[in-house]
Design a protein around this ligand. Structure first.
Ligand SMILES: Cc1cc2nc3c(=O)[nH]c(=O)nc-3n(C[C@H](O)[C@H](O)[C@H](O)COP(=O)(O)OP(=O)(O)OC[C@H]3O[C@@H](n4cnc5c(N)ncnc54)[C@H](O)[C@@H]3O)c2cc1C
Ligand SMILES: NC(=O)c1ccc[n+]([C@@H]2O[C@H](COP(=O)([O-])OP(=O)(O)OC[C@H]3O[C@@H](n4cnc5c(N)ncnc54)[C@H](O)[C@@H]3O)[C@@H](O)[C@H]2O)c1
Length: 460
């Protein structure tokens, strides 16, 4: 069988693939983009967009219940129309997906192939009943929920980040396994929509990649909203129960178990590289299946690149998109961009949100930095107080020897936005003293960032 020839093949229409396909197309190439499921990938269909839409509905419910705090009288009870919440969540995802599809359809020299792609050689892939080949292949295959082999897991109907977004009813008692980014966003959303929620986390604290003060503050905020936490939950196991599902949380002490109506498993992601035929192309992965890439995102096989979650260099939409920029500019504009150039950054969209950039205190110390830290509680941030949302804190971590900013964390109203004022200074390699001398708008949460940059204290 002779393969249909293209100038470039992009596998996966997630967060890097379509943008790259667009640039290659505009550069005059004949491009195939292969997508086996939904255009837009995880972020658009089952990740960022629908979850942040759900978070917004949950916030509205929360604020409505707090109306009296603001002197607003609501006559009657606050009800949740879950089918309407889900319709809204799905509409935002579907509109975005359709937008992406229309954009791709508008490219005359681009072919969207709705099939699973698998290598049969270093420049050839099987897609459905045909083979296609190109001198350049770009992998943007993303990842999926990892479902460990918990005892009993096959006997229950569990939810993932994908299926939970279609619920038509508020769960009576949602058990969330995994106390990290995915688990906590859903836990708070469903609690605010009226579910009883228990988070089961095997580690001693939630969001363990964060500094301890961040984990503790988020635990406090979520606990105050009535979410129950079972930490140090070793040997998680499941069984059917008269009232739904029983989750065993501690094998050593026998019985302790949580009985819930629904279980969401959110214990991490795994890359979609196991069914890509990478061996046929000779592309190497690490022991967890992430495709090994150089800083320029080239695999070990010339002519094959890997972008986004599947290369293990980032796990976010903005890192996937930045991967596209790196590959496109290096190839088409003669640039020399690298994944190592970017300052790590992300949000955790519980309410109030956490904005993060660079290193935390623990990481900075572990990497050998002597550090200074500036920190301020949201109770001392005017805008947070005025909004009636004075929860959390902000902090900045600075190298004590060079005064260079190493990282920041803002947990509080607008923390996901305000963090960019620290992030941009870091991207420009600036010092805390330079940040201290900037003037920020009053009254904002970001207004106090120069102030904390001027109140740094040495930290052991
Ligand atoms: C619940 C949840 C919430 C999230 N929230 C945020 C957030 O707020 N902010 C943020 O930055 N990130 C968030 N993320 C992470 C973000 O969604 C991902 O980092 C991002 O989607 C990665 O993009 P990608 O292009 O690498 O992969 P994906 O978006 O996963 O796209 C990969 C595509 O490749 C396709 N594919 C895979 N294998 C093949 C094959 N062999 N042949 C053909 N097609 C294939 C898949 O069907 C998929 O469409 C969230 C993730 C989840 C799960
Ligand atoms: N706001 C965002 O940007 C956002 C939101 C959601 C997801 N994401 C991306 O998706 C990725 C995956 O998120 P996640 O929360 O699923 O995974 P994660 O890897 O961040 O956390 C998994 C959590 O589950 C716990 N865990 C692991 N195995 C367990 C077990 N057997 N039993 C109980 N608990 C267990 C871990 O200790 C950890 O707390 C994140 O790394 C992030 O990059 C980003």
């Amino acid at each position: 069988m002779s393969a249909r020839r293209f100038d470039a093949i992009v596998v996966g229409a997630g967060q890097a693939g379509p943008s790259l396909a667009g640039r290659l197309h505009d550069a005059g190439m004949r491009v195939a983009i292969v997508e086996r499921h939904l255009v837009g990938g995880t972020c658009v269909n089952t990740g960022c967009k629908p979850t942040k839409t759900l978070v917004a509905s949950a916030y509205a419910a929360h604020l409505a219940r707090r109306a009296a705090d603001y002197g607003v009288a609501i006559d009657g009870t606050i009800g949740i129309d879950m089918p309407a919440v889900t319709r809204r969540v799905q509409k935002v995802a579907i509109d975005s997906r359709h937008g992406n599809e229309q954009w791709l359809a508008g490219m005359t020299n681009l072919t969207l192939i709705r099939e699973h792609a698998r290598f049969v050689g270093p420049d050839t892939m099987r897609v459905g009943g045909e083979e296609i080949s190109a001198p350049r292949i770009f992998l943007n295959v993303g990842g999926r929920a990892s479902i460990p082999d918990f005892p009993g897991v096959d006997e229950i109907d569990y939810l993932t980040n994908s299926s939970i977004l279609h619920l038509q009813e508020v769960p009576e008692h949602l058990i969330v396994v995994g106390g990290s980014y995915i688990g906590l966003e859903f836990a708070q959303s469903y609690a605010r929509l009226g579910a009883k929620v228990t988070v089961i986390e095997k580690g001693p604290r939630i969001v363990a990649r964060e500094d301890e003060d961040v984990s503790a503050a988020i635990l406090d905020i979520l606990s105050r909203e009535g979410i129950a936490f079972r930490l140090n939950a070793e040997c998680i196991r499941f069984a059917k129960h008269d009232q739904g599902i029983a989750a065993g949380v501690n094998c050593t002490n026998g019985d302790p178990q949580v009985i819930g109506s629904h279980v969401l498993i959110a214990v991490g992601r795994r890359p979609n590289t196991d069914d890509l035929g990478l061996d046929a192309a000779g592309v190497k992965t690490d022991e967890r299946g992430y495709i090994r890439v150089s800083d320029r995102l080239e695999t070990n096989v010339p002519g094959i690149w890997a972008m986004g979650d599947c290369n293990g260099r980032g796990a976010f939409t903005h890192t996937a998109y930045n991967d596209f920029e790196i590959v496109a500019e290096n190839m088409l504009d003669g640039a020399d961009r690298k994944a190592t150039d970017r300052v790590p950054c992300y949000g955790l969209f519980v309410d109030p949100p956490l904005g993060r950039c660079g290193m935390g205190e623990a990481e900075a110390i572990a990497k050998g930095h002597a550090i200074k830290v500036g920190k301020r509680a949201m109770t001392r941030v005017g805008r947070a107080v005025e909004k009636g949302e004075a929860l959390g804190f902000m902090k900045i971590v600075v190298d004590a020897d060079t005064d260079k900013i190493l990282g920041g964390a803002i947990l509080g109203p607008g923390g996901d936005e305000a963090i960019h004022s620290i992030l941009d200074m870091m991207a420009l390699g600036q010092t805390a003293d330079r940040l201290r001398r900037t003037v920020h708008i009053h009254p904002t949460v970001a207004e106090l960032i120069p102030t904390i940059a001027g109140e740094l204290k040495p930290k052991e």
